[in-house]
Design a protein around this ligand. Structure first.
Ligand code: EPZ
Length: 415
């Protein structure tokens, strides 16, 4: 198992450029299946989930050509509607997008054991509801739409990023008009809309609904939006260590709920000329309630909870994935004092100490890393592969901020 060795307790200072958003890049990659023309995606992050997604497409016959370190050209003319490799599909949640993309292109798709961080159940009932509403039917683990997909009204009873992505992929290739009610509006969903429009799709956002006019789709081009979650994580690292980190490459407005909550708690926020800086200390407890964008993002909940512990504590209510608190037991090993009641955790001011802990999911792993950077002494984070799924060049980026951090690969002798 890969592990990170961190010698914490030093203030982190400096500037980090974040990469393209993981949760934007993955829908774009699978959306290229919708057309047999070549597509180009820029600002791709160098993360494991992108590698695995490209590997899935290549295994199905697509051509993948990197034009430079972050730009890839994907050609799916030779792509076949074969069963995507199960071991790769099981490695990430975004493989659910194969259903929408393959139904849209081939009228056939597979319901497989899709992956995803296991901090909570990850159902796909909304994805299947959308596919069936657009004319697909299920036989065993195969979805068929042999007459193609037909536009429909999709009334989602809750906001789901993934179900909105799959609905957009299918609706863009369907005949006629689709209305997606209660659609997600995360920056990564908007990024997909821009890409689909570049492929010829007609998509209109009206309030919380999306109206999609199906079209034959051609090759498109798009740049991945900066990763607001990566950016928020680095900003929190400055706060966790009493330093000041500046991030570039992501939009301040994408983090407005997160930043305004921290500045309300006493931190200093500076947003200017594409740079976001966070410094100072939290002088009062913070109340976090996560919800779909533009509210406080669930993907920054574990990391922020770790930082609250090193300051004045707070109350964290998880409104998207009620069980997303698995990381608290590992933080308890590092001195965190908390009480949990259902989907709410009460975080008390704690003196964090170094320890050996194990990450069990991506953002929970990032929370352990922030705690290790804050605690004076050497910590070891096992299960670092979870963190590498969503954070590119993490050792290089934290080292430029002054962190003492090493990645020990499988079977490598660590220090
Ligand atoms: C995406 O997951 C992200 N993953 C998650 O980021 C993120 O936490 C989540 O959106 C919320 O923003 C990717 O984009 C690859 P949802 P997704 O569908 O699409 C329920 C990270 O760390 N639901 O918006 O799976 C679901 O249980 C990852 O980068 C159903 O009930 O999340 C949850 O309670 C972790 N039925 C709520 O909807 C369904 O069919 C929102 O989930 C689908 C979802």
């Amino acid at each position: 198992m890969e592990r990170l060795i961190v010698s914490g307790g030093k203030p982190l200072e400096g500037t980090v450029r974040v990469g393209g958003s993981k949760n934007a890049a993955l829908p774009l990659i699978f959306a290229t299946i919708l057309t047999e023309n070549a597509c180009t995606i820029e600002n791709l992050p160098a993360i494991r989930d992108v590698e695995i997604s490209l590997e899935i497409l290549a295994a199905m016959g697509a051509s993948i050509r990197y034009l430079d370190r972050t730009t890839v050209e994907i050609g799916t003319r030779a792509l076949k509607p074969i069963l995507p490799p199960p071991h790769l599909v099981a490695a990430l949640r975004a493989s659910t997008y194969l259903m929408g993309a393959m139904l849209g292109r081939f009228g056939r798709a597979y319901v497989q054991d899709f992956g995803g961080c296991n901090f909570s159940p990850r159902p796909i009932d909304m994805h299947l509801y959308a596919a069936e509403a657009l004319g697909a039917w299920r036989q065993g683990d195969t979805l068929f739409a042999s007459q193609g997909l037909t536009g429909a009204i999709l009334a989602f009873d809750k906001v789901s990023v993934g179900a909105t992505v799959n609905a957009l992929l299918m609706a863009s290739a369907a005949k006629g008009t689709t209305v997606i009610e209660n659609a997600a509006c995360e920056p990564h969903v908007e990024n997909l809309i821009v890409f689909l429009r570049s492929m010829g799709a007609q998509i209109l956002r009206i309030g919380s609904s999306l109206v999609v006019e199906g079209r034959p789709l051609h090759g498109g081009r798009c740049s991945v939006v900066g990763d607001m979650i990566e950016g928020g994580t680095y900003l929190l690292a400055g706060l966790a260590t009493g330093g000041c980190v500046t991030v570039t490459g992501c939009e301040g407005e994408h983090l407005s709920a997160f930043l305004s909550l921290l500045s309300g708690g006493g931190a200093r926020v500076l947003i200017r000329d594409g740079r976001i800086a966070l410094s100072g200390a939290l002088s009062s407890p913070i109340l976090i309630k996560t919800a779909p964008y533009p509210a406080f993002p669930t993907d920054l909940q574990p990391q922020t909870a770790a930082v609250l512990a090193a300051h004045m504590g707070g109350i964290v209510t998880e409104g998207v994935f009620p069980h997303r608190f698995g990381y608290l037991s590992a933080l308890e090993t590092m001195g965190l004092s908390f009480v949990k009641n259902g989907s709410t955790a009460y975080i008390f001011p704690s003196r964090l100490i170094p320890a050996t802990v194990t990450a069990t999911d991506l953002r929970g792993g990032a929370a352990l890393l922030l705690a290790a950077l804050s605690a004076k002494g050497e910590s070891v984070i096992e299960g670092a592969s979870y963190i590498l799924r969503g954070y590119e060049d993490i050792v290089e980026k934290f080292s430029t901020l002054g962190a003492d951090i090493k990645l020990i690969k499988e079977n490598e002798k660590g220090s």
